[in-house]
Design a protein around this ligand. Structure first.
Ligand SMILES: [Zn+2]
Length: 110
C-alpha cells in the first residue's frame, strides 16, 4: 500500500527561521517537515526548473525567490500530489507525495 498523507498543517516553526513550515502526517505514522523557502526553491514546476536548472533537487533554485517567502495555502491534486501556494504569488508547483518524502527536512527544521 502506498504511503499517503493524512493531513498537512502549515505553521510557524519552533526555531526562529524565515518563513513557515508545512508539516505532513503520513499514513504510516511518519511526520515530515518542509520549510517554505526550501519548498519554493525546489518547486518542480516547469517555470522554476526551466533549462537553467533542470534538477528539481538542486540547491540552486529559481531566481528572485524572497528569503522570507511563506506558504499561504495548499490544495490536494488528485490522490498523488499537493499544490502549494506561496505569498510571492507562485502557485503552479505540483509536489508529488514521493517528492515530498524525498524533501523531508524534519530532523533539521522542526
Ligand atoms: Zn514553480
Amino acid at each position: 500500500m502506498p504511503v499517503l498523507p493524512d493531513s498537512i498543517e502549515i505553521r510557524l516553526p519552533k526555531k526562529a527561521l524565515a518563513g513557515n513550515v508545512a508539516e505532513v502526517k503520513w499514513s504510516d505514522g511518519r511526520t515530515t517537515a518542509h520549510t517554505s523557502f526550501n519548498l519554493r526553491m525546489r518547486c518542480p514546476c516547469a517555470t522554476c526548473r526551466d533549462s537553467h536548472n533542470p534538477d528539481p533537487k538542486a540547491i540552486r533554485g529559481p531566481k528572485g525567490v524572497p528569503p522570507m517567502v511563506e506558504l499561504t495555502s495548499f490544495d490536494w491534486v488528485g490522490n498523488y500530489a499537493v499544490n502549494f501556494v506561496f505569498n510571492d504569488g507562485h502557485n503552479t508547483g505540483i509536489y508529488t507525495f514521493k517528492y515530498l518524502l524525498e524533501l523531508d527536512e524534519a530532523p533539521n527544521a522542526v
